[in-house]
Design a protein around this ligand. Sequence first.
Ligand SMILES: [Zn+2]
Ligand SMILES: [Zn+2]
Length: 340
Amino acid sequence: MRTTTLIGVGLWLLAACRSPAPNEPSPTTAVSEPTAPAPSPAPAGPPKVGSGHRVEALAITVLSTTNAPVGEGEWGFSALVEADGQRILFDTGKAPETVLHNAETLHVDLTTIPSVVLSHHHNDHVGGFMTLRRAVVERAPRALATAHVATGIFAPRRRAPKPDEINLMVAARSEFEATGGTFVVHDGPGEIVPGVWVTGPVPRVHPERNWGGDRLIEGPEGWVEDTLPEGQELVIDTDEGLVVLSGCGHAGVVNIVTHARAKIRQAPVRAAVGGFHLMDSTPAHIAWTGDRLREVGLQELLAAHCTGTPAIEHFGAHVVPEGKRALELGVGDTFVLPVQ
Ligand SMILES: [Zn+2]
Ligand SMILES: [Zn+2]
């Protein structure tokens, strides 16, 4: 894998953090969507959101996916994000040991990664979460000690008609906190280091249905279909446009991109990286998705996990500009900006 230049910039938490109430047992921190700045006499123009920082050096290295030219492959996803020297683990694979093993194979030092982003509760994204934290906590108590999640990730789930709890995050909540870890729960977009954002829950504006539909979630109205309300992805704001890193993209990549451009920056989409759950989609839905992404300037699709070969081939033939890439990444592959 390629190593980027390290630049010493401090951890940036944009959104206001709520202090736990005195009787609140959990160190979980809730983070609200940034509120609009107060009106000022400044010249007219688009409002500045967050730090305004654009990431100059970006590397995304895949640590878990099916295709594995090196290391172990599995039905899951995980990637290391390095953005101007800031390191973030995005998702943690399926089998407890896969990312641990692949990180060792790829010489990725997990003890230097302070935070992890979990895209949603599915086992193939959180399966390695506790194993990884436990692997580093004695040597580096602050490594993987902050977990960014979105509202809804701890809600009970089941696969009807079985009553068994299938959401690993229900148990992992207290297990992680017992190791000294802290959850930051996002209910809207949040800038977690300069230029790198979690989307928070993604509004379902477009009729995308990119999930399996065989599971239930417990909410205020009882057990209802689980639409993965906690699904959040990562958006890196670069000079070349937005890079969207997705775990499964159950909210739909068009909804994700629409949300990112509305709330983070109205910029072209430089690249879509990761899993986009188009593997079961009809050709018509794949074509519709491609048309919408072409409209927002998508340059490249670096797919993994659940994106599916038909979508990759369609994007290569009809969506990305001539000479740009639409391909499947494997374990150990790194997407780098600027392209060398
Ligand atoms: Zn999923
Ligand atoms: Zn998945």
